[in-house]
Write a protein that binds this ligand. Structure first.
Ligand SMILES: [Zn+2]
Length: 345
């Protein structure tokens, strides 16, 4: 595949963290505007918020976020951050994106949960107006938080349902806090009719993926560890689960050590649905075009397969059937045009 063509083709992204994706340039703008007095040296800051190629593990990778979060504690900062990620999405040729964030991580300077969510949604709406990229947001509960605090976020997702918040997720240290610890919380989300996508199988085991699906997740963040537990493949097919794979991030967090171990092709061959995402544009120093180019390098991914991955993403997106139909049609048209031109030769 060619980068300039991949850039222009319409794409859907479902797994992108607001904090991990806000650009260094915008962090600096935030610092100046809100007189935070934090680091104003671009390269120094970039170093602090970019994960090294060789993190020891997921926990290592997550430390970059502490620096970023110190910038994202005001309404203005959150709005600017959300708008910034939409601008990046537009550059990537994204037509629809689901951006996720953990509201409890933005309360240090006195914001309320409602103020946090409202500010992010304001930034997303501004992004749609300015860049024409449609978006919704997902709320993450942090695994290390107390149960009451996480359930407050579930309730918050309910309060903002149909106002831009479309699902709930569990993020953070999966190894220390496996999905089975959250049975009651997830039951509450199910009871409130809030769709679930859960981080699982990123550093833990395949059983975490199966447990998450059994507890109601229709999508899984990463799901890489599933590769070692083929006994759960049938469950994934039966429940029509979508795995949100994030190639660059998956290598950084040591989910796999070698390309031969990365289960992208294997999952597709097993008829397990996957889609491609950045996870964290800034922390992982990537963008969505780059992720597809990696797949092109590694697996000789074709435009046809890229179209299929995006159709899977649309199927799994937390939007109405009507909205899905519009996106499917856009993909058919744009990738179809390409087929006439490219594959004809
Ligand atoms: Zn993630």
């Amino acid at each position: 595949m060619k980068r300039e063509i991949v850039s222009k083709l319409p794409k859907i992204e479902l797994h992108c963290h607001l904090d991990g994706s806000v650009s260094v340039e915008t962090l600096l703008k935030i610092s100046k505007k809100t007189k935070l007095g934090l680091s104003e040296d671009t390269e120094q800051l970039r170093k602090l918020v970019t994960a090294p190629e060789n993190c020891q593990n997921l926990k290592d990778y997550l430390t970059c976020f502490d620096v970023i979060l110190s910038y994202l504690q005001t309404e203005e900062a959150l709005e600017m951050a959300a708008l910034d990620v939409i601008e990046q999405a537009a550059r990537d040729g994204i037509s629809y994106i689901e951006l996720r964030f953990a509201p409890t991580q933005h309360l240090e300077d006195g914001l309320t949960l409602v103020q946090v969510v409202t500010a992010v949604l304001k930034g997303l709406n501004a992004g749609e107006v300015q860049y024409g990229v449609k978006s919704n947001a997902l709320l993450c509960g942090m695994r290390h938080d107390e149960r009451e605090k996480i359930e407050e976020v579930v309730q918050l997702a309910k309060d903002f349902q149909k106002k831009g918040i479309v699902a709930f997720d569990l993020a953070g240290d999966e190894a220390a806090y496996p999905p089975k610890d959250f049975q009651e919380t997830l039951a509450l989300a199910n009871q409130l009719d809030i769709p679930l996508t859960l981080h699982a199988g990123e550093c833990g085991c395949g059983k975490n993926v199966a447990d998450s699906v059994t507890m109601g997740a229709t999508r899984i963040g990463h799901g890489i560890a599933l590769k070692d537990t083929p006994e759960y493949f049938e469950l994934m097919r039966e429940k029509n689960v979508l795995l949100e794979m994030c190639p660059t991030s998956n290598f950084q967090t040591k989910t796999v050590d070698s390309l031969a171990d990365y289960p992208f092709r294997r999952f597709l061959d097993e008829n397990i649905k996957v889609c491609i995402n950045t996870d964290n544009r800034t922390v992982s120093a990537t963008n969505l075009v780059e992720e597809y180019m990696k797949l092109s390098d590694w697996y000789q991914l074709t435009y046809e397969e890229m179209a299929q991955l995006n159709h899977y993403a649309v199927d799994g997106a937390f939007i109405s059937e009507e909205e899905k139909a519009v996106l499917h049609q856009q993909l058919d048209e744009q990738y179809g045009k390409l087929n006439e031109k490219e594959i004809g030769h």
